[in-house]
Design a protein around this ligand. Sequence first.
Ligand SMILES: [Cu+2]
Length: 162
Amino acid sequence: MALPCGRPRRLVRSGRGALLLGASLAIVCVDCVAAEEHVVNTRAARWVPMVLFIEPGDRVVWRGMEGHETEVLANMAPAGAMPWRSELDDEGFMVTFDQEGAYVYTCLTHMNAGMVGAIVVGGVPHNLAALEAAVTEIEIGRNFVQSLLQRLKREINRRLIP
Ligand SMILES: [Cu+2]
């Protein structure tokens, strides 16, 4: 049974079907968005990848965190989303993203060196205008966040808009 959604599927046998011993095992598509885990790495004072596209329910794990921390920027996440902030050196820090939209984060230690990144959850984010408004509130590293948003929009156009 294949549904044309292009996402991995979690298949389970129903209890009743399993009892039928192969006569006709009932296999149902429970959900078409089985959670995936994505890795953001560090390379010098950069996040790799700088812009990451994921689906709701997916997890992001930050690696190579020695000397770094990850923290979502104020007002740069979808309304109602849980902000995150790791400790310094928190290798394997992990966030599960349930809310759709775009998130912009930094390593505060290296914000003035341009260590900013973005995560897009779901389709074309609904909060781009809010992100652009919030940029004006940033004092240190604003130009880096501005160029990140330009890159974010380019990648959205390339990846999400047919
Ligand atoms: Cu850093």
